[in-house]
Design a protein around this ligand. Structure first.
Ligand SMILES: NC(=O)c1ccc[n+]([C@@H]2O[C@H](COP(=O)([O-])OP(=O)(O)OC[C@H]3O[C@@H](n4cnc5c(N)ncnc54)[C@H](OP(=O)(O)O)[C@@H]3O)[C@@H](O)[C@H]2O)c1
Length: 293
């Protein structure tokens, strides 16, 4: 199977490499073209523009930072729309809001192409290991065509029906995750400041009902002040913002998510946006803790 791949950030690079490892022929494009070289070394071809990739490949996957990047790659000059048409499919796996996804879907369909949104749950390591959870919606025929690729990229894929449902599911999941990260950060800070060992707190949490893979993975590196980015904080804040907007549209009160969003915003204002989202701990330590983990 031949696929195009647009966007070689933390996730896109790992996902495209995974497809290559499993025998897919992959043509890559990235805004910063130099980043394609690592994939070329693994056997990928390079397209000079998104349009060139779509012209060459029947199926094209995108993994881009946010709504504005997702729209730009489709609608701008040399974008996807210039070459999409009958018999071609476009699969956007970026985390965006339902409105953005619908806009892209309509434009692609107008040109005769097929569209699936397929944001993912899981981070850098699951992307490398093909263990993502894929939250797809849109054109069912294209979804079925993509199953071999989804099987390589993920451990499970869900087909959620009409366009927008994948985007919304992803935002709900990340809203919960962002709030949990804030709760963990506050707990570590409270333990530390009140004279307890934060490491012992992690050990206690790990044995009880609130144990989870995220606390297990992130807790120890947070205590070391290691925020090497797997999921950049600026993207987590984008997801909180988009989830809160979904809450606004539906008149759902979300005070926990709103407070968490403020902490992520504060972290961004302190220049922590490119670090891992667990760096929000630095903000919550600063809010009252000793600053020492
Ligand atoms: N990292 C995770 O753990 C994770 C997990 C699940 C979902 N996601 C979601 O997956 C998406 C990608 O995340 P990531 O961690 O891979 O992000 P990333 O490392 O920041 O990569 C972002 C990608 O988007 C490209 N891009 C940004 N603005 C662009 C524009 N205006 N036009 C064209 N390309 C543009 C970047 O190109 P350049 O290289 O030129 O900057 C890069 O390829 C995001 O929507 C994120 O929320 C991430």
């Amino acid at each position: 199977m031949e696929v195009g791949f647009l966007g070689l950030g933390i996730m896109g690079k790992a996902m495209a490499a995974n497809l290559l490892r499993h025998g897919f022929r992959v043509t890559v494009w990235n805004r910063t073209l130099a980043k394609c070289q690592e994939l070329v070394a693994l056997g990928a071809a390079v397209g000079e523009t998104p349009a060139a990739v779509v012209a060459k490949c029947r199926y094209t996957i995108a993994m881009l930072s946010d709504p504005s990047a997702a729209l730009s790659v489709v609608f701008d000059k040399d974008g996807v729309l210039e070459q999409i048409g009958d018999g071609k499919g476009y699969v956007d796996m970026s985390t965006v809001d339902a409105t953005t996804s619908c806009q892209i879907s309509q434009a692609i369909k107008q040109k005769g192409g097929a569209f699936v949104e397929a944001p993912v749950s899981g981070s850098k390591k699951p992307a490398e290991d093909g263990q993502l959870v894929i939250l797809a919606a849109g054109d069912k025929v294209l979804y079925d065509d993509m199953v071999p690729a989804f099987d390589v990229l993920g451990k499970k894929s869900f087909f959620l029906g009409e366009i927008g449902n994948g985007a919304k599911m992803k935002l709900v999941v990340n809203m919960i995750m962002g709030s949990m990260m804030n709760a963990l950060s506050e707990g570590l800070s409270l333990a530390d400041t009140s004279g307890l060992s934060p490491q012992t707190l992690l050990d206690v949490l790990d044995l009880g009902a609130v144990t989870n893979p995220m606390f297990k993975l992130k807790g120890p590196s947070m205590l070391q002040g290691n925020y090497s980015p797997a999921f950049p904080l600026k993207h987590q804040q984008k997801d909180m913002r988009l989830a809160l907007s979904l809450g606004d549209e539906n008149a759902i009160s979300m005070p926990v998510a709103a407070a968490s969003n403020e902490a992520f915003k504060k972290a961004r204002s302190l220049g922590l946006g490119d670090l891992d989202f667990s760096a929000v701990y630095e903000v919550l330590k600063g809010a009252g803790g000793s600053g020492q983990a």
